[in-house]
Design a protein around this ligand. Structure first.
Ligand SMILES: Cc1cc2nc3c(=O)[nH]c(=O)nc-3n(C[C@H](O)[C@H](O)[C@H](O)COP(=O)(O)OP(=O)(O)OC[C@H]3O[C@@H](n4cnc5c(N)ncnc54)[C@H](O)[C@@H]3O)c2cc1C
Ligand code: SF4
Length: 497
């Protein structure tokens, strides 16, 4: 702790966002380029270096937060990068995308604004790349053992990097045409520009990880063939089975799942398409679902030039302060949060029927109406109470000619041939069943990430990838313990009261 009084003398200062009118005209990240470095050492100084750092426990990766806060505040960026990379393969991803449960668990947050941990993390990660502190780390020698990773999201990539560095020969199979899972197709570029992903992939290639795109395991390569070719197989298939909204009018055209819509916008950014075939330009957009995926649709629709955008959330609007009974410190509280996308839609006033941030809370969709051509034209909703009972006389109609469903995901695609071919056991909620060693019911086949945990977060996916790598390394080497760290077990969950 370079300055023991830092938390008393320096107020919390956030990474400044670009003006709304400027940033909605492009797909770049919403922050002011270069605005973090001048403030971040003082921000890191606010860390009190508490005896028991709850931030460290709240982070699924067990990031050594007080250590790197101290190193940053002392201007030792190389050492900070080493400590950060000791627990996190991809801090430039989490530093941009993580909801930062660590900050909810920061001891300072008991009675003051938390340390800007996530911003310190991204500053270290970006500086590491700029100053060459993140070179490829190929293994000293090869083990002669081979591993196939199916799925190239953050879980698959973290597992592949750990196992490659441990000396195993690793190939990552991906059915999409590019590597990255939801980091590539799903999460919009205004949250994380794809160049960060490409730079990591170049590092992984230089270390020896092989990538095979446009290859669906279960179709292009059968499960039995894959198993026969490799000593171990890791399934990091993601949770792609989306939830449906069974209300009258659902089959009208113009109603799409968020994950049918968002990847097309990513393809525009990648230069594959000039315009998205589902573009929101000039359309009245209603997003059903109040979560982050819905917010990503909101920011995308605003950038595409929607005539209006409204996001419906079935839950009541949460308060701005932590409810100490329901979500006591250091758990992650359910509070009102204004994401960059909500700020944009609110500032633009594109949601005539909704509140200032384009959200309608406690709103339940009753039905859609269409025109003579079978196209959706309006959405009917009703306000609901906390038990989801309709509030009398609260019905309203919104104009809607593009409806995006963002209702969450249950598990991997149940029709994925791979699951049947392997004879995998599934949990009742649809995720891949696994034991304490991340192994499925099929010997030599492991499962990690959203496919086994259920819909989660990038930070959990990276932690899953690191942990499954440790389990596979142990099995392949026959040793009692792996040299690789395992930050979580398969049944660990976020801290709750
Ligand atoms: C729109 C959206 C936005 C999100 N935003 C955030 C955010 O801001 N912050 C955050 O922390 N989390 C966010 N999440 C959640 C986060 O992206 C996921 O938790 C994380 O990506 C899961 O990683 P994964 O590696 O398990 O799976 P995924 O990233 O889903 O990757 C799985 C990959 O497996 C491939 N695959 C599946 N089956 C096969 C097969 N048979 N053969 C070959 N390949 C196959 C798929 O094509 C896919 O590329 C978001 C999720 C969505 C949907
Ligand atoms: S990965 Fe997430 S929880 Fe962990 S230190 Fe970074 S922002 Fe915090």
């Amino acid at each position: 702790m370079a300055d023991p009084k830092g938390f008393m003398t320096t107020p919390r200062q956030e990474y400044p966002r670009r003006p709304v009118r400027e940033r909605i005209r492009d797909w770049n990240e919403v922050y002011v380029p270069g605005a973090l470095l001048p403030i971040i050492e003082k921000q890191a100084d606010r860390c009190m270096d508490c005896g028991i750092p709850f931030c460290h426990d709240a982070c699924p990766l067990g990031n050594l937060i007080p250590e790197w806060n101290d190193l940053v505040s002392r201007d030792d960026w190389r050492a900070a990068s080493d400590r950060l990379h000791a627990t996190n393969n991809f801090p430039e991803f989490t530093g941009r995308l993580c909801p930062a449960p660590c900050e909810a668990g920061c001891v300072l947050a008991i009675n003051q604004p938390a340390v800007t941990i996530k911003n310190v993390e991204v500053a270290i990660a970006d500086r590491a790349w700029e100053d060459g502190f993140a070179p490829p780390r190929p293994p000293d020698r090869l083990s002669g053992r081979t591993v196939a990773v199916v799925g190239s999201g953050p879980a698959g990539l973290a597992a592949a990097q750990q196992l490659t560095r441990a000396g195993h020969t690793v190939a990552v199979y991906e059915r999409a045409d590019r590597i990255g899972g939801l980091l590539r197709y799903g999460i919009p570029a205004f949250k994380m520009e794809k160049r960060h992903l490409d730079r990591r992939l170049a590092q992984m290639r230089a270390e020896g990880t092989k990538f095979r795109t446009s290859t669906t395991i279960g179709t292009d390569i059968g499960a039995a063939e894959l198993k026969a070719r490799y000593d171990a197989v890791i399934l990091a298939l993601g949770a792609t089975a989306w939830r449906e909204l069974d209300v009258p009018g659902r089959r009208l055209s113009g109603i799409h799942q968020a994950m049918e819509y968002l990847p097309l916008a990513d393809r525009v950014c990648e230069g594959d398409l000039e315009v998205s075939p589902l573009s929101a330009a000039g359309r009245h957009v209603v997003i059903v679902g109040g979560g982050d995926t819905g917010a990503d649709c909101l920011g995308t629709a605003v950038r595409e030039g929607a005539a209006s955008v409204t996001q419906l959330d079935i839950y009541a609007q949460p308060g701005t302060e932590r409810d100490e009974d329901a979500d006591p410190w250091p758990t992650y509280p359910k509070i009102y949060r204004l994401s960059a996308a909500h700020e944009e839609a609110g500032a633009l006033g594109t949601a005539p029927a909704a509140d200032a941030d384009a959200r309608l809370f406690a709103a339940s969709t009753l039905r859609f109406d269409g025109d003579a051509d079978g196209r959706v034209r309006s959405l009917h909703l009703v306000e609901v109470d906390e038990r989801r009972r309709p509030v009398p006389d609260s019905g309203r109609t919104l104009p809607a000619d593009l409806v995006l469903l963002a209702l969450g995901f249950s598990g991997p695609d149940p029709h994925d041939g791979l699951i049947d071919q392997l004879g995998l056991e599934l949990e009742p909620r649809g995720t891949i069943a696994r034991g304490t060693d991340f192994g499925t019911n099929v010997p030599g086949v492991y499962a990690a990430g959203d496919a086994a945990r259920g819909q989660s977060l990038v930070v959990w996916a990276i932690a899953e990838g690191r942990a499954v790598a440790a389990a596979v390394d142990r099995a392949l080497s026959g040793a009692a313990r792996s040299r690789l760290p395992a930050p979580i077990g398969p049944y660990d969950r976020p801290m709750t009261a």
